[in-house]
Design a protein. Structure first.
Length: 93
């Protein structure tokens, strides 16, 4: 838990810069996840995966624009990165 706390403290100290970099980073990672998902076809399974990726990224970006609490934004960014990474790994196997 100390890694989480120290990372959140760094994120919180320079929130504007960190949030800006997070938008760029997690959006690019989400785009890569969408590409890998669609590379395997357009079946219902891929469309569900794509919907999860898109919604996770939209919610993370919206939380920043809606000026939610810094901890909420941080947790949503982590969730978005987790889902994008998960679906990249799943679709590469």
């Amino acid at each position: 838990m100390t890694l989480y706390n120290s990372t959140f403290e760094n994120f919180n100290k320079s929130y504007i810069g960190s949030a800006t970099m997070a938008i760029i980073g997690q959006s690019c990672l989400g785009a890569a996840a969408a590409m890998f998902t669609l590379a395997n076809g357009t079946s219902l399974t891929q469309m569900i995966q794509l919907a999860i990726i898109v919604f996770a990224n939209i919610i993370a970006n919206t939380s920043i624009l809606a000026q939610m609490s810094h901890k909420t934004v941080f947790n949503l960014i982590i969730t978005s990165v987790f889902f994008s990474t998960l679906f990249i790994i799943i679709n590469n196997i």
